[in-house]
Design a protein around this ligand. Structure first.
Ligand SMILES: Cc1cc2nc3c(=O)[nH]c(=O)nc-3n(C[C@H](O)[C@H](O)[C@H](O)COP(=O)(O)OP(=O)(O)OC[C@H]3O[C@@H](n4cnc5c(N)ncnc54)[C@H](O)[C@@H]3O)c2cc1C
Length: 460
């Protein structure tokens, strides 16, 4: 740990989100004097307007299918199930408040000083804290920028009527007709959520197919499954303008269609949250991807200023921000030099319905990287749906580098795909071969056992 008595703190973290909180707690555990500034909500995007409320809403939306599925198993409901938005929303609000409290107690318990303030850099060791009580300055040997991202909405006539993902969770009333603009995972997830909760749902995306960058077969399969569940997908089109009518919105599309909806969500991307952070004052600039460049020790161009999480390059995911936090603390506050993070085998899930879980390379990326690959894939109706009567199907897929037999990609679309792929990700990260998968005994009867029983080559 640095001997930095000339400063008030050894470390000052700006932003108490996924990465910032973990950095502050871990650094404080080494004996460092640590402070953290947060101007909005403890826990950051993930806890307040990201992973957590989204997953709670996704659980809620899944009940729709469960009620339908139950009849084939002998369950009879007293009448048609009805959904109360206010109950879900308010229970979600209480749960987030509980989590905010846990974060506060965790920070206090770790001995971290919390500033409820908007922070901006004054120089390489000084931060201005602005709050309703005025401005103060705080000095630190090292400063970590962990301010995350902020939704970005394109400018078009009527774009002011579109909500962003920060605003969608706490709607006053439930939208009977819901429209989401965007083709990334957040757009796809909200389309599934509102469709599952009972909205007539439209997804508008200017590209040919959503989820760019994911495995093509996964994208096509997901598209078919979501359409089957009733989501209206409009590709190769965009919003031309939105007009407010008396109690709804008319959304004019570039393909000539006009849709009447109650809510428009723009899930059109996120940008680094650097508003008034003072980067320019210190000569720090963003790279062409709009991220703060850092070296392997998370140092910006000014070595006393560090950055991590969504502000820097790499997947915008909570576990990535947390892993980076632990690396950063090891580099700067312990004698350990940690092994660099392996960004190529970070698993991820998309909580559309059915879920997607994925780790490693897509088939397309593997074809580019390796001379020969082998693809094993299966597409089946899960055992549960033999009695439920649901037509939902599951896709599982392994991609193997033919020269080494190493499994370089694993993909699933189906129930609890994220839960399944988390386990498979250990094998893919460890570089295990298809033979290792084949020698693993399955768990029966599960869907996941297909990953160790895939013997028939689908294509090379
Ligand atoms: C709708 C949605 C769903 C998501 N779902 C998932 C998911 O399922 N799984 C997953 O892994 N990831 C998910 N993410 C991404 C995940 O939330 C982020 O990757 C993660 O929160 C990044 O952490 P961070 O520490 O970089 O920043 P954040 O968590 O965004 O924290 C930044 C914090 O800094 C504060 N701040 C900003 N500027 C200042 C300032 N100047 N002074 C003081 N405080 C400041 C902000 O208020 C915020 O609390 C989702 C994101 C969204 C938007």
């Amino acid at each position: 740990m640095a001997n930095a008595s000339e400063y008030e703190y050894d470390l000052l973290v700006i932003g108490a989100g996924s990465g910032g909180v973990r950095t502050a707690r871990m650094a404080a555990a080494t004996g460092a004097r640590v402070a953290i500034a947060e101007d909005r909500y403890l826990g950051g995007t993930c806890v307040n307007v990201g992973c957590v409320p989204k997953k709670l809403y996704s659980y809620a939306a899944h009940f729709h299918d469960s009620f339908d599925d139950a009849a084939g198993f002998g369950w009879q409901l007293p009448g048609p199930a009805s959904f109360d938005w206010a109950t879900l929303r308010d229970n979600k609000i209480s749960e987030i408040k509980r989590l905010n409290g846990i974060y506060q107690r965790m920070l206090e318990g770790a001995g971290v000083t919390l500033f409820n303030a908007r922070a901006s850099l004054a120089d390489a060791h000084t931060v201005i804290m602005s709050s309703e009580h005025g401005d103060t300055t705080v000095t630190a040997e090292k400063i970590v920028l962990a301010t995350g991202g902020w939704p970005w909405v394109p400018d078009f006539p009527g774009s002011e009527y579109a909500l962003d993902s920060n605003q969608i969770f706490d709607l006053a009333s439930f939208p009977k007709r819901f429209l989401v603009l965007g083709g990334g995972y957040i757009a796809v997830e909200f389309a599934s959520i509102f469709n599952g909760l009972g909205s007539d749902t439209h997804l508008i995306y200017r590209g040919e197919l959503f989820l760019k960058g994911f495995d093509q077969q996964v994208r096509e399969f997901t598209c078919a499954q979501m359409e089957h569940k009733g989501v209206n997908l409009h590709f190769n089109t965009n919003i031309e303008r939105i007009e407010a009518t008396q109690d709804a919105y008319s959304v004019y599309l570039t393909n000539g269609d006009v849709l009447e909806v109650d809510v428009v969500l723009a899930a059109t991307g996120r940008k680094a949250n650097i508003n008034n952070l003072g980067l320019d004052k210190l000569g720090l600039s963003l790279d062409e991807q709009g991220k703060i460049p850092v070296n392997e020790r998370f140092e910006t161009a000014l070595p006393s200023i560090l950055a991590l999480g969504d502000l820097t390059a790499g997947p915008e995911l909570t576990p990535v921000a947390i892993a980076e936090a632990m690396q950063l603390v090891d580099h700067h506050f312990t004698d350990t030099v940690p092994k660099a993070l392996d960004y190529s085998t970070i698993p991820t899930a998309v909580f559309c319905h059915p879920n997607i879980g994925t780790v490693g390379l897509s088939e397309e990326a593997a074809r580019e990287k390796f001379t020969n690959i082998r693809v094993y894939s299966t597409d089946f109706r899960a055992m549960k749906h033999t009695l439920s009567g649901s037509h939902e199907r599951t896709l599982m897929k392994l991609i193997v580098d033919d020269a080494t037999d190493v499994v370089v990609g694993a993909h699933m679309v189906g129930e609890e795909a994220g839960e399944v792929i988390q386990g498979i990700a250990i094998a893919v990260r460890a570089g295990l071969t298809k033979e290792d998968f084949d020698r693993t005994v399955g768990i029966h009867p599960t869907g996941a056992e297909e990953f160790v029983t895939l013997r028939t080559l689908t294509r090379t």
